[in-house]
Design a protein around this ligand. Structure first.
Ligand SMILES: *Cc1c(COP(=O)(O)O)cnc(C)c1O
Length: 360
């Protein structure tokens, strides 16, 4: 049996190392995972209740259209229900978009380094990927615009960008939208939206009225703390979303996830608490980097890409043996860096102390 040509040479996604595996391999009692940008405070307690109730119905297929969650999100975001598409994580929305839009001979434009799923899915569709280096860690929208040609179908803007945590501001984003041809889709992947503090971060939803070629991605996996349940969504122009919907599997978001997401939206107090705590912890990390002359990228998300002026692989190994799983920057396009997800205050104190004790 052969897979299609475009699959050859691709590798399955490499997730952050699982905690149990690290414990077993290294004989550690405690392992702290700060590798996948999950919420260290978990999810709202209301989520557990909603999940328990939904469990009673596991024998029944979910509502494939996610009607109740759809109503909830439409209300929350002040958009029409028909403007939403739900996915088994926003990862799946990326897959659906690529499947629905891309063919061999087309191209997409992305930044590099950025979230790998844009390229991965485009490559499977046989599509060329034009990668434009970040400028000082930020999407270079001018250079990305210059790469657009008559074969370009999608431009992905990861905002804030994973793995750098940096953001494109409102002025740069709207100037870009103003120029991009109407038949090129611009996807603003806002997986870390809830964490953003910058006042000039673009409000993209109101831009949908003006730009019919704009699509926004959001997820429940990060600040809402539902990564294991897999639910995310896209917001776009109604006609476009309706054209893409047939590319979605019939029951792609499960009933437990739908119920959990509804409960998570309702608990704004929990969300705000997590976001506030993250902001405070980010300030501590920034101070730590400044005090010790460690280069870092200013981050609007719940992770920080930082360097201790040693190869990322060496830092990764050292931290792993001390019981911390982080991301090795060598695999992310930043060989001198590691990407650390912000944990709880106690976890963050510990990892910073570990780094200092090792370096001294
Ligand atoms: C985590 C992440 C996602 C994927 O989130 P899911 O909803 O869990 O699939 C999408 N985009 C970016 C930039 C991410 O970091």
């Amino acid at each position: 049996m052969k897979v299609k040509q475009s699959m050859i040479g691709l590798h399955p996604y490499q997730p952050g190392k699982p905690m149990d595996e690290v414990k077993r391999e290294l004989g550690l009692d405690e392992v702290i995972k700060l590798a996948s940008n999950e919420n260290p405070y978990g999810a709202s307690p209301e989520v557990a209740k909603a999940v328990n109730e939904a469990i009673a119905q596991v024998a029944v297929y979910p509502d494939g259209y996610a009607r109740l969650l759809r109503q909830k999100v439409a209300e929350q975001q002040n958009v029409k229900e028909e403007q939403l598409i739900f996915g088994n994580g926003s990862d799946e929305v990326i897959l659906i978009l690529c499947r629905a839009i891309l063919s061999a001979g087309d191209n997409i434009v992305t930044a590099v380094p950025t979230f790998p799923q844009y390229k991965h899915n485009a490559v499977i569709e046989g599509t060329e990927v034009k990668e434009v280096p970040l400028a000082d860690g930020v999407h270079d929208l001018e250079a990305m615009y210059a790469e657009i040609d008559e074969r370009t179908k999608i431009v992905f803007v990861c905002n804030p960008n994973n793995p750098s945590g940096t953001y494109v501001n409102e002025q740069a984003f709207t100037a870009f939208m103003e120029k991009v041809p109407e038949d090129v889709l611009v996807v603003s992947d806002e997986a870390y939206f809830e964490y953003v503090r910058a006042e000039d971060y673009p409000s993209t939803i109101p831009l949908l009225d003006k730009y019919k070629n704009l699509m926004i991605l959001r997820t429940f996996s990060k600040a809402y703390g539902l990564a294991s349940l897999r639910v995310g969504y896209g917001i776009g122009h109604e006609e476009f979303i309706q054209a893409v919907e047939p590319g979605r599997e019939p029951f792609n978001t499960n009933s437990v996830a739908q119920a959990a997401a509804i409960a998570a939206i309702d608990d704004t107090e929990f969300l705000n608490g997590c976001v506030q705590q993250n902001a405070e912890e980010m300030i501590k990390f920034e101070h730590f980097c400044k005090e010790n002359n460690f280069p870092y990228f200013p981050s609007e998300a719940n992770f920080i890409l930082m360097s201790v002026n040693r190869p990322g692989g060496e830092v990764f190994d050292k931290l792993l043996h001390a019981g911390f799983i982080v991301r090795n920057g060598e695999a992310l396009g930043f060989p001198e860096y590691v990407r650390i997800t912000l944990g709880t205050p106690a976890q963050n104190d510990k990892i910073r102390a570990e780094l200092l004790s090792w370096l001294k």
